[in-house]
Write a protein that binds this ligand. Structure first.
Ligand SMILES: [Ca+2]
Ligand SMILES: [Ca+2]
Ligand SMILES: [Ca+2]
Length: 273
């Protein structure tokens, strides 16, 4: 958490207006916790040969020596594919694909990567079409566009690989994304209800130096702009008391769910009731 505040010694001499101006710049942010979500997913592939189960790419071991037992292997068929189902939609940031290291590096080529949300592709890109490959023993890292949210990540050949066969092997496939803490947007005081107490709690956290900060800045970030500041309790009050004002963005009260955007705020833990 990064806090920006005027030293208390200066505050003592400030007029109320100056205190207010200072408080407008009193914001909090924290790096979102990301993790390899694939480790808790379910892997599958188009076929299997030589005992190379699909789950070998999500066992947390990037070792690429096939006989060590942590590398996948399809049969020699066209359009071989592998995928991991994350079990729910998560905000995703990075994919890392590790090639086997003991041989056959050229096989990991001529493929498409797809991130899907409810069976619809939300990100897709081709790699090494017709030439080149992920280096043998090497890794391909793909930075996903901001706000990519998906529940399935898929890799598959266009027919055959650049080595002229259908063998698809992965030493490991990492899907780096938000760790999946769940919260209700606006419920800054984490009591399970979105009401005026949340606005009061946020105003105190922002303006009264020394007050405990929200443990879930995502829930306090009412407008989901990635910053916790005076706009958030203001919009909370609008949403609560002005007819026609829009509800907070997802997960909007009373829903408790995942943050669909990859901002820099985070929860210390899930705060669902
Ligand atoms: Ca592995
Ligand atoms: Ca509340
Ligand atoms: Ca905000």
């Amino acid at each position: 958490m990064q806090l920006i505040a005027t030293p208390a010694s200066l505050c003592r001499k400030q007029t109320p207006l100056l205190v207010l101006i200072t408080a407008l710049f009193f914001t909090a942010s924290a790096r979102a916790q990301t993790t390899n979500l694939a480790l808790d997913g379910t892997a599958s592939q188009s076929s299997m040969a030589f005992g190379g189960d699909a789950s070998a790419a999500i066992d947390g071991d990037t070792g690429g020596v096939y006989t060590a037992g942590s590398v996948t292997h399809t049969d020699d068929l066209v359009d071989s594919w592998w995928q991991v189902d994350l079990g729910a939609a998560y905000a995703l940031e990075t994919l890392r694909i590790f090639n086997r290291s003991d041989c056959c590096g050229a096989r990991l080529s001529n493929f498409h990567i797809s991130v899907q949300q409810a069976s619809v592709e939300v990100f897709g890109e081709d790699f090494f079409l017709g030439t080149g490959s992920v280096p043998q023993g090497g890794m391909l890292e793909i930075s996903l566009p901001a706000d990519t949210s998906g529940d399935v990540v898929w890799i598959g050949f266009y027919g055959l690989n650049n080595d002229g066969n259908g063998y698809l092997s992965l030493a490991e496939f990492e899907v780096i994304g938000d760790d999946g803490d769940q919260f209700t947007r606006g419920d800054a005081d984490e009591d399970g209800v979105f009401n005026i107490s949340d606005a009061i709690y946020s105003l105190a956290a922002l303006f009264v130096i020394g007050t405990t900060q929200p443990s879930c800045l995502d829930s306090a970030d009412v407008n989901d702009d990635g910053v916790f500041d005076v706009l958030d309790p203001t919009l909370a009050l609008e949403s609560l008391f002005f007819a026609g004002s829009p509800p907070p963005p997802a997960p909007a009260p009373p829903v408790c769910g995942l943050d669909p955007t990859t901002d820099s705020l985070d929860c210390a833990a899930s705060i669902c009731p």
